[in-house]
Design a protein around this ligand. Sequence first.
Ligand SMILES: Cc1cc2nc3c(=O)[nH]c(=O)nc-3n(C[C@H](O)[C@H](O)[C@H](O)COP(=O)(O)OP(=O)(O)OC[C@H]3O[C@@H](n4cnc5c(N)ncnc54)[C@H](O)[C@@H]3O)c2cc1C
Length: 413
Amino acid sequence: MGDVHARDLSVAVAGAGLGGLCLAQGLRRSGFEVDVYERDDGPDARPQGYRLHLDARAGLALEQCLPPGLLALFQATCGLPSRRFTVLSPRLRVLHEVVDASGQDPYAPGTLSTSVHRRTLREVLGTGLADRIHHGRAVTGYAVDGQGVQVRFADGDTARADLLVGADGVHSAVRRQLLPHAVVDDTGGRALYGRTPLTERTRALLPPALLHGFTAVVGGRTGVAAGLVRLREQPPHAAARLAPEARLSPVPDYLMWAVSAQAREFGVSEAALDRADPTTLHTLACRAVRNWHPQLRELVAAADVADTFVAVIRSAEELPAWRPSRVTLLGDAIHAMSPARGSGANTALQDAALLCRVLTERRDDSPAALVAAVGAYEERMRDYGFAAVAASRKAEAETGTGRLASWLLRRLG
Ligand SMILES: Cc1cc2nc3c(=O)[nH]c(=O)nc-3n(C[C@H](O)[C@H](O)[C@H](O)COP(=O)(O)OP(=O)(O)OC[C@H]3O[C@@H](n4cnc5c(N)ncnc54)[C@H](O)[C@@H]3O)c2cc1C
């Protein structure tokens, strides 16, 4: 992108999540002015999850948007290769195994297939943007006028830009105003997520399958997905070597697990589950696997209890085309989806790269060219974004009826 002529443009981004940060990196690389307004008081204000699986959609987006040093830092801090996917019974019998024999480089952008630690990815994406990210600034709405967009904040303050991008996640305030008819469904699915640190004792409990790759345990209406997170290089070490300006936190090895089911299978109401504190959620996760193999029970029991959280599985309904304007959306703000196919972060990053590209390539600095570029972005984004939602919805429906193994196999096979 560096050789493309940089046109004048100021962009306000609502939300410093994965999509918003990637967009800010790409816009800055193209020479645009960008300000990111984030509701949270800081990057660690609330738990955001642990392990993400990223594929070539993310790889190509990061290659486009990040400066080379940060791309190298991202690649150095991915998870160790995982070449096998195993489906186990609750008694640890191997039901199915898929071995990746593609020989492709899992860390090259075009063939990326790797796990990452979410916080490390956010730290990499935030590097160099400290003066562009404004924490504690919740966007509540906007007004478009002849000169651009006025962004409104919860504290009554305002800011101006040529373009506003709502990258403010599943409950997007920008979407509520731009597309008030948009519907995001609660699928009834819930996933209890936990993190078990790897110690001598917990390592000894790992079934062999987990040492080789991602593992699903299929137990009727409840499933457990689990994967180790062992990074290729400790983030502070990699930062010192590749991008000394980056401030990355250490990530001790851990096992990520997620106990998934329809809310009712956990024996409490949806409302009670969504309000539950980490100790209660951990107790429910332990209860859900109480009849499973002792090693699995002990691995869940040995989690850092305070790190347990519940993910509400939501899914956006497809929308017909709308008129493009100086306000647009990306990521979960427009096409929220179940994590079932591991696509939400991948498409959010893909959106960021595509939007950045069309803005860079627009024919001139006129408002008409800006709106035409937004329209071109939205047309393509709706296409692949809602296709990804449909695929994840299908996978989610299948997990709900106890056919967890089949969707996992299709996902990873
Ligand atoms: C447990 C779990 C596991 C997942 N695993 C995977 C996976 O393996 N692979 C994958 O591709 N996807 C996965 N996903 C989905 C992925 O996390 C999301 O799709 C992705 O984070 C979306 O990025 P985003 O930038 O659109 O939104 P987010 O990352 O949600 O960021 C939105 C940001 O906007 C901020 N914000 C909200 N409201 C406002 C406001 N009014 N004003 C200002 N800021 C605001 C929020 O604080 C947040 O920082 C998973 C999701 C969960 C919950």
